[in-house]
Design a protein around this ligand. Structure first.
Ligand code: GRF
Length: 218
């Protein structure tokens, strides 16, 4: 069973979905540590409630970004973390971190990448007038939301949507999609070929149930 480290900055609803999907047996892994750059993150409480170790790292007390990331990597290594899951973590990771966990860091983003990377994503989606949005789980590379895509889910953008209503529709899909991607990783089913991530054996209909749209090869 592999050790996961989850990095958060806020509410941690994606962390909760990973906790729940480990408990149900959908993901065969263990969360070894939850790390936050924000001591008030509600996700820290979610972790403590189920007796997962937590660490808070004070970003402003580091002179250089790379020192901060080296410190995070040291914590992850101390907990024997093999897979890093970024779940609403608001810091861009630097090469120190990426090199230590090459192709072992996942992120979830609330849009259909490569559209709308970065911050204020739902606002940008609404302002642009896109008719569909969704979420993307991808490997993390040196860029901002640019790494190879593992899985995506799609939601409609409705005429009366606000940032809040769109975010909440996307989040519901995030809570299904991230556990699926983590499951695929922990089952060694992902291979990166250039920018493409191949899944073998392919995602089954049952695995993708409740994730929109359902997969079909025909
Ligand atoms: C999610 O929308 C995620 O896609 C983005 O940050 C948000 C985090 O939400 N990266 P939560 O903290 O998991 O509730």
């Amino acid at each position: 069973m592999i050790n996961i480290g989850v990095l958060i900055s806020g509410g941690g609803s994606n962390l909760q979905s990973v906790i729940d999907n480990i408990k149900s047996g959908y993901i065969n892994a263990r969360i070894a540590v939850v790390i936050s750059d924000n001591k008030n993150a509600y996700g820290l409480i979610r972790a403590s409630e189920v007796e997962i170790d937590t660490e808070t790292v004070d970003f402003p007390s580091f002179d250089h970004r790379s020192d901060y990331d080296a410190h995070i990597v040291a914590i992850l290594k101390r907990y024997d973390v093999e897979l890093v899951v970024l779940a609403g973590y608001m810091k861009v990771v630097t090469p120190v971190f990426i090199d230590a966990y090459k192709n072992k860091i996942l992120n979830i983003h609330p849009a259909l990448l490569p559209s709308f990377p970065g911050l204020h994503v739902q606002k940008k989606t609404l302002e642009y007038g896109a008719k569909f949005s969704g979420c993307t789980v991808h490997f993390v590379d040196e860029g901002v939301d640019t790494g190879p895509i593992i899985a995506q889910a799609v939601v409609p953008v409705l005429d009366d949507d606000t940032e809040e209503s769109l975010s909440s529709r996307i989040l519901k899909q995030e809570h299904k999609l991230y556990p699926l991607a983590i499951r695929l990783y922990t089952q060694n089913r992902l291979t990166i070929e250039g920018r493409r991530v191949m899944v073998s054996p392919p995602i089954s209909h049952d695995e993708r149930i409740n994730i929109a749209p359902p997969h079909s090869s025909g």
